[in-house]
Design a binder for this molecule. Structure first.
Ligand SMILES: C[S@@+](CC[C@H](N)C(=O)[O-])C[C@H]1O[C@@H](n2cnc3c(N)ncnc32)[C@H](O)[C@@H]1O
Length: 216
C-alpha cells in the first residue's frame, strides 16, 4: 500500500488519474443508486477531481438539472469531460466552501475522506453539513476492504496493483466514515459495500430537518 501519510500532489497526479477511474465506476454507481438524485435536486460534488461522479451521473436518466463540482486542483478539473449545460466546475477548498448555508439538496464526496487527517476530515464534513439544506443528504465513498476472507480475496488484485504502482494508487487507506458523519451532525446513516474495482464503502446520511448550519 502507498504511504497514507504523504500528501498527494493532485496537480502532478492529474495526467494519470483517468487510467484508474474505471476502478471507481461500480462504487460511483452504487452511491448514486443509494442517493437516487432527481431532476429537481441541486447537487454539490466536493473534491470532484476529474468529475468522475458528475460524468457517471450525467448518463443516468432523470439526473439533476444543476450540478456543481469543486476541487482544489486546477489540473484535475482541467481533465473533466464535457458535462450537461448548467453543470459547473470550479476551484475551491473543501474546508472553506464558497457557498451559503443550506444551499444544496445533496452533497457528495467520493474518494476524499480517507485521504484526510481527522481534523481536516471533520472540517470538510462540517462544511458539507453547513451548505446542505435541512433534510438534505450527503453521500460519500471511502476505501474499505471487506473483512471476510472470501470477499477480501476478490479485491486482492487491486491491492497488489496499489503496492506495485503506489504513485497511481494514492491513499488507499481504509475508513468507515459513519462515526465522523454522526459526530458532524448527520443521522440515518446507511452504507453499502462495493467490491468490484476498488474495495469501497458507499455511505449516505441525512442532515436532520430543523438543524441549523454549524458555526464551527
Ligand atoms: C482521489 S481524488 C477523488 C476525485 C473524485 N472525487 C473521484 O472520485 O474520482 C481526491 C481529490 O480530492 C481533491 N482534494 C483533496 N483535498 C481537497 C480539499 N481540501 N479541497 C478540495 N479538493 C480537495 C484532490 O485535488 C483530488 O482531486
Amino acid at each position: 500500500m502507498p504511504s497514507a501519510s504523504a500528501k498527494p500532489d493532485w496537480n502532478a497526479l492529474a495526467p494519470h488519474y483517468g487510467r484508474q477511474v474505471w476502478l471507481e465506476r461500480n462504487s460511483l454507481r452504487t452511491l448514486l443508486d443509494l442517493l437516487d438524485p432527481g431532476p429537481g435536486d441541486l447537487l454539490l460534488d466536493v473534491a470532484t477531481g476529474t468529475a468522475a461522479l458528475p460524468a457517471e451521473l450525467a448518463v443516468r436518466e432523470g439526473h439533476p438539472r444543476e450540478v456543481v463540482g469543486v476541487d482544489r486542483s486546477p489540473e484535475m478539473l482541467r481533465r473533466a469531460p464535457d458535462l450537461p449545460p448548467r453543470w459547473q466546475l470550479s476551484q475551491a477548498d473543501a474546508t472553506a466552501l464558497p457557498f451559503a448555508d443550506d444551499s444544496f439538496d445533496l452533497v457528495t464526496a467520493s474518494y476524499l475522506l480517507h485521504l484526510l487527517d481527522r481534523e481536516t476530515r471533520s472540517r470538510v464534513i462540517g462544511e458539507c453539513q453547513r451548505v446542505l439544506r435541512p433534510d438534505g443528504r450527503i453521500g460519500v465513498i471511502t476505501i474499505a476492504p471487506p473483512r471476510r476472507r472470501v470477499t477480501a480475496a476478490l479485491t486482492a488484485p487491486v491491492r497488489r496493483a496499489a503496492e506495485r504502482y503506489p504513485a497511481r494508487f494514492v491513499g488507499l487507506k481504509p475508513l468507515d466514515p459513519g462515526p465522523d458523519l454522526v459526530d458532524g451532525g448527520f443521522s440515518d446513516v446507511v452504507g453499502r459495500h462495493s467490491l468490484r474495482g476498488y474495495p469501497a464503502l458507499c455511505v449516505v446520511a441525512r442532515k436532520p430537518a430543523g438543524t441549523a448550519a454549524r458555526a464551527d
